[in-house]
Ligand binder design. Structure first.
Ligand SMILES: Nc1ncnc2c1ncn2[C@@H]1O[C@H](COP(=O)(O)OP(=O)(O)OP(=O)(O)O)[C@@H](O)[C@H]1O
Ligand SMILES: [Mg+2]
Length: 246
């Protein structure tokens, strides 16, 4: 499989501090790779840099072979990348329906829908409701009236409406009860077969192991381990050593 995402020697940080210190990372088309690591190692910084929300100081970010390091977020989005940010960030005063409508490409162009929004197989709010019936039931509820799990579903739905080839999921289980994490897992499993590749940043190892084909571990702004999920699970001691838990 050719790589949908290929990152080489990526460096980025904030006001004089280096967070990403030479990240190498690749993601085969259609694959799910879990990005694990302790709090503060740079996982969110990495997905922000890939999404064009943070300008890297050096290095290469290729999406489908196209160099995007330093490109603006809307350019990265147009290249088929979408993010489900940590903490979800749905628009609180808008309803579920409105949140989904404004995320739909071409929604602001009345009369002439853009091709991307109307091509066969494209995501529509209706398809999002089919994938997540709970959102259909909450259609008229405002963002701030939703439970954490429903907000996470809405954030996922909003990202899907961009018709991504590459989805950046930043801790989708964050702050959710185990039964709700299970619902989110089912939603993400439902996406297998859609050909969407994903970087899954996770602290919940059960969720990561359930969804990911491969595991990458970040430490001090670098990737220090990469293997199949099965191999990583099979060596508990090494996994614990890498993640600094247990
Ligand atoms: N906007 C910012 N300005 C300055 N420093 C930041 C900013 N965002 C993150 N940092 C710092 O960069 C480092 C990496 O943060 P980042 O959010 O990427 O970590 P993370 O691996 O996603 O952590 P977590 O698991 O807690 O979400 C931390 O030391 C953090 O304090
Ligand atoms: Mg984070």
């Amino acid at each position: 499989m050719p790589d949908v995402l290929s990152v080489r020697d990526l460096r980025a940080g904030y006001a004089g501090t280096t967070v990403l210190d030479g990240v190498d990372f690749h993601l085969p088309a259609g694959a799910v790779v879990a990005l694990l690591g302790r709090n503060g190692v740079g996982k969110s910084t990495f997905v922000h840099a890939v999404m064009g929300m943070l300008r890297p100081s050096s290095g290469s970010i290729r999406v489908d072979g196209r160099e995007l390091a330093g490109a603006a977020a809307h350019t990265v989005a147009r290249s088929g990348v979408a993010i489900v940010p940590q903490g979800r960030r749905v628009f609180a005063p808008l309803t579920v329906e409105e949140n989904l409508r404004i995320a739909t490409p071409g929604s602001r162009r009345t009369g002439r829908a853009r091709r991307t929004g109307s091509s066969p197989g494209a995501w529509t709010p209706e398809r999002v409701y089919e994938l997540m019936p709970r959102l259909a039931e909450r259609r008229t509820h405002r963002g701030d009236q939703l439970s954490g799990g429903e907000q996470q579903m809405l954030a996922i739905g909003r990202a899907l409406l961009r018709n991504p080839r590459l989805l950046l999921l930043d801790e989708p289980s964050d702050g959710l009860a185990p039964t709700v994490v299970d619902l989110i897992a089912e939603v993400l499993e439902g996406l297998r077969g859609e050909g969407i590749a994903a970087v899954l940043v996770e602290q919940d190892l059960h969720l990561a192991f359930r969804l990911a084909d491969e595991v990458a571990v970040m430490r001090k702004g670098r990737i220090v381990h990469r293997s199949s999920t099965a191999e990583f699970r099979g060596d508990r001691e090494r996994a614990h050593g890498l993640l600094g838990v247990g």
